[in-house]
Design a protein around this ligand. Sequence first.
Ligand code: SF4
Ligand code: SF4
Ligand code: SF4
Ligand code: FES
Length: 390
Amino acid sequence: MPIVLTINGQKVAAEEGTTILEAARDVGIHIPTLCHHPDLSNVGACRMCVVSVEKQRGLQTACTTPVSEGMVVDTQSEDARATRKFLLEMLLSDHPNDCMTCEVNGDCLLQDLVYDYDVAWPEYNGLRHTYPIDPDPNPFIFIDRNKCVLCSRCIRACQEMQNRDVWSFAYRGFETKLVAGADQFLLDANCESCGQCVAYCPVGALYDKMSLKTGRAPSVSKIRTTCSYCGVGCNFDLNVRDNRIVRVTSAPDAPVNGMALCVKGRYGYDYVHHPDRVTQPLVRAKWLDAKQIRQRVADGTWMVANVAEKRVQPAGNGIDSIVPDTFIQTDWNAALDVVSHKFAEVKKSMGGDAFALLASAKCTNEENYLFNKFTRQVLGTNSIDHCARL
Ligand code: SF4
Ligand code: SF4
Ligand code: SF4
Ligand code: FES
């Protein structure tokens, strides 16, 4: 039997164990939150979600209070709104006035709440923290503790999603501080650089180091893609600015992985724009027609590759002295012609069973399906295997 309660004058039915926050969200009533995230356990750290509940003393945190029969909740009571505003004023009283240059400007939960509650920048000058910025030498995670609102989302993400338990709070009172391990550097505290803590941080306290100063949320386009590193098939968003990938961000609705990514998926994207990357086919000179090589190199559509020096050059004068094993950078049609002719030659002289093919977990299901069809139906062999079985 569902529990029936009233939220803002509206009758709401909810299952036992549901929190006020979940019951309200299910019927489209928004309650502001800061430390809550639906993927993580609720700890009631920030008090931003406070609501008034009839016949209960004081305000209740909607993210940790379960619904009960006949409960009457007011999410917009004067008391609740004033408390949220006061909490935001307190947070700003020890927060750098940095939004203009902050990496998460336009994608910051604190900024959104301050806007919604019309909180002015505090004019009094109380005690403020001045932690060193980016004090950790790890290559991936930027830390600015001055912006930390002590919500503990990073702690819970690392503990509950990644099972690493790297982060915790140390010291007490005003000195409370987010630390890795026993106040160590991240890599000394068993961090595996997955970046989950960054993904769950609601402000600019943790950020992806490789993406500093490359473009903020309003100036990038997000393109959903599937990771090409392994067969799990995680989805994420490539953040693209001026045709360059500047960051990878989690896609909360990704069916396989949700917000989770490993270090390769989240930070292993710089190869895409690396100058050494092979983006054109390379074909041995001996497999091409010598006359065609001369013509195409002369007109600049093919190049002679110097693999040892990792460069290609329009060979020009030295073309006649190209040794048979030299790589020529051709176009795709020419390269695929060579491959298809070689396949046909071997099949004709030795039959399909002369081939053995190995598929890869780095390909999509669709690519592996095509590979399978090509092996059996075009080459005419069943000698196909997959690296994941080895
Ligand atoms: S973390 Fe948010 S509120 Fe703080 S400076 Fe950055 S954008 Fe502004
Ligand atoms: S990067 Fe991953 S392992 Fe390291 S602290 Fe963050 S969540 Fe934990
Ligand atoms: S670093 Fe971010 S996620 Fe972690 S406690 Fe501070 S504000 Fe919260
Ligand atoms: S969101 Fe409920 S206490 Fe932080």
